[in-house]
Design a protein around this ligand. Structure first.
Ligand code: ADP
Length: 227
């Protein structure tokens, strides 16, 4: 493991070309996420939180600058190499769970491991452990439609960390939940991050949750700044 930050954004630029204007979302943006660090990304809707998380998670390429993961520059890698890094080293959680509806909770958490080549027995064992850890183990055989919103998100978090990624990126993971469920899901997420030494960047509108993280950043004039 390289010393220094797990995830770094250096001089990142990202803009969208609209018909009559250019929308600058990131402009020479810099950011570093340390090992085991949990950082809240707090900014108004439309500020560019999703764009930032997608760029950091190698789902989108920056127009300029670089994304460095565990000391490895990802800017010039091929799409295939970026896909492999996404699969193994980056976990993503969205506001909506995006679980596969025709599979059980257990199978959903097994899936990324199977894609990586893990044997089904081992993948199932780890999936059950993660579901237990997220306190949704008793629901392992249920399909997503049979789970509550909070349970669905806990399964989605278990799936995101199934391949033991270096970084967890979450885009308003509790945004669809009521305050009590939201706090409960966040508690499980926080425990998982703390216990596994994972590094996490979590976009949230919830100031109570943001306060519980190590650090808070925002997006201002295309830059990532401390809050
Ligand atoms: P947030 O997650 O903070 O709500 P987003 O990153 O989704 O912000 O969007 C930032 C801005 O960029 C918004 O004004 C949005 O409309 C615009 N935007 C996002 N994706 C695209 C795209 N693919 N093409 C054009 N504009 C986009």
């Amino acid at each position: 493991m390289a010393a220094g930050p797990i995830l770094q954004l250096t001089g990142v630029g990202r803009r969208y070309n609209e018909i009559d204007r250019e929308l600058v979302i990131l402009n020479d943006a810099n950011f570093a996420l340390g090992k085991g660090e949990m950082v809240a990304l707090v900014a108004p809707s439309g500020a560019g939180k999703s764009t930032l998380l997608h760029t950091a998670g190698l789902l989108e390429r920056p127009d300029s600058g670089d994304v460095i993961l565990s000391g490895r520059s990802c800017g010039t890698l091929s799409d295939e190499e970026r896909t492999a890094i996404r699969r193994n080293d980056i976990g993503f959680v969205y506001q909506f769970h995006h679980l596969l509806p025709e599979f059980s909770a257990l199978e959903n958490v097994m899936m990324p491991q199977m894609i990586r080549g893990m044997k089904p027995g081992i993948a199932a064992e780890r999936a059950q452990q993660l579901l237990d850890y997220m306190k949704v183990g008793a629901r392992a055989s249920h399909r997503p439609s049979e789970l509550s919103g909070g349970e669905q998100q806990r399964v989605a978090i278990a799936r995101a960390v199934a391949n033991a990624p270096l970084v967890l990126l979450a885009d308003e993971p509790t945004g669809n939940l009521d305050p009590v469920t939201s706090s409960y899901v966040f508690e499980a997420l926080e425990a998982l991050v703390r216990q596994s030494g994972l590094s996490a960047m979590i976009a949230t509108h919830n100031f109570d949750l943001a306060r519980r993280m190590d650090r808070r950043v925002t997006l201002k004039d295309g830059k990532i700044t401390d809050l």
